[in-house]
Write a protein that binds this ligand. Structure first.
Ligand SMILES: NC(=O)c1ccc[n+]([C@@H]2O[C@H](COP(=O)([O-])OP(=O)(O)OC[C@H]3O[C@@H](n4cnc5c(N)ncnc54)[C@H](OP(=O)(O)O)[C@@H]3O)[C@@H](O)[C@H]2O)c1
Length: 233
C-alpha cells in the first residue's frame, strides 16, 4: 500500500512493486488522478485525505485486510500553496498545514492499519533532506517523522516489522514544486550534490525496495538518504 501513489515518487514506488508482481493499493485525495494512475499500474485505488482522522477511519473498510509493505509517501510542502504572510495567525495555519500534510498523514495511516501489517512486514516512510538542512515548517514536520519512526520501529520490532525513513533530496518530474522551482534554485540544489544531477523518482524506488525486502529485516529505525551526497547522513 502506497499513500500518495497517484503521482511522482509514490507512483514510481507503486510501479516498482506492481512490476515485481505484488498486489498494490494506492491512495490519494484527487479521485481522477488516482483512478487514472491505478488503471496504468494495475493497482487498487482508495481515495481519502490521509491528514484527516475521520477520512482515514472511513477509508478503512476499503483498505487491504493484510498489508505486507506500507509506504507512507503522501506529503509535500504546503507553503508552495500559501501566501508568504508573517502575521501569527497565518503562520499558525501554515505550520499546522505542513504538520498535517507530512507528519499526520504517516502517523494516522500507520496507526489505523497497524494491526493489518503482517508479522515481518515493512513500513517505509518518505522523509526529506529538508529534515537535516532545514526549510521551515516542512522541514520540522519531516524531522518529527524521524523521531516518530524510531518509536514505531521500537514498538513493532518484536513482531519482526521494520520501520525506516527514506529521505530524498531534490527529485524532479513530480508534483512537489507546483511549478515554483526556479532554474536558479534547481541549479543550486544540483550544485550541492556530489553526483551533479537531480534525483529522479526511480532513485527513491530502489531504496524503498531494499528496505521492503524480506532480507532487510535487521535494518530498522534508520534514515536512508537518497540525495546524491547533497547531505551526508
Ligand atoms: N520531489 C522532491 O524534491 C522531494 C524531496 C524530498 C521529499 N519529497 C517527499 O516525497 C513525497 C512524494 O512527493 P512527490 O515529490 O512525489 O510530489 P507529488 O507528485 O506532489 O506527490 C505527493 C502525493 O501525495 C498525495 N498527497 C498529498 N497530501 C495528501 C493527503 N493529505 N492525503 C492523501 N494523499 C496526499 C498527492 O495526491 P493528492 O494531492 O491527490 O492527494 C500526491 O499524489 C512527499 O512526502 C514529499 O514531501 C519530495
Amino acid at each position: 500500500m502506497v499513500t500518495g501513489g497517484g503521482t511522482g515518487i509514490g507512483y514510481a514506488i507503486a510501479a516498482g512493486f506492481a512490476q515485481a508482481g505484488d498486489t498494490v493499493t494506492v491512495t490519494g485525495r484527487r479521485a481522477s488522478v488516482l483512478t487514472e494512475a491505478a488503471v496504468l499500474l494495475g493497482a487498487r485505488a482508495v481515495c481519502f485525505d490521509a491528514a484527516d482522522p475521520a477520512a482515514v477511519e472511513q477509508a478503512l473498510p476499503e483498505l487491504p485486510d493484510q498489508i505486507d509493505v506500507l509506504v507512507n509517501n503522501a506529503g509535500g510542502n504546503t507553503d508552495f500553496l500559501r501566501d508568504d504572510s508573517r502575521d501569527l495567525k497565518t503562520l499558525d495555519a501554515a505550520w499546522t498545514a505542513n504538520f498535517r500534510a507530512n507528519f499526520f498523514t504517516a502517523a494516522l495511516v500507520t496507526s489505523a492499519v497497524r494491526e493489518r501489517i503482517s508479522d515481518h512486514g515493512r513500513i517505509v516512510t518518505v522523509g526529506s533532506i529538508a529534515a537535516h538542512t532545514g526549510v521551515g515548517s516542512y522541514a520540522w514536520a519531516k524531522a518529527a517523522l524521524e523521531v516518530w519512526n524510531a518509536d514505531i520501529a521500537r514498538y513493532l520490532g518484536p513482531r519482526g516489522i521494520t520501520a525506516n525513513i527514506v529521505a530524498p533530496g531534490l527529485v524532479v518530474d513530480t508534483g512537489f514544486f507546483h511549478g515554483k522551482l526556479t532554474d536558479e534554485r534547481r541549479e543550486l540544489l544540483i550544485g550541492n550534490t556530489m553526483t551533479k544531477r537531480a534525483g529522479r523518482p526511480e532513485d527513491v524506488v530502489e531504496a524503498v525496495r531494499f528496505l521492503a525486502a524480506p532480507a532487510a529485516g535487521h535494518v530498522t529505525g534508520q534514515v536512508v538518504h537518497v540525495n546524491g551526497g547533497a547531505h551526508v547522513g
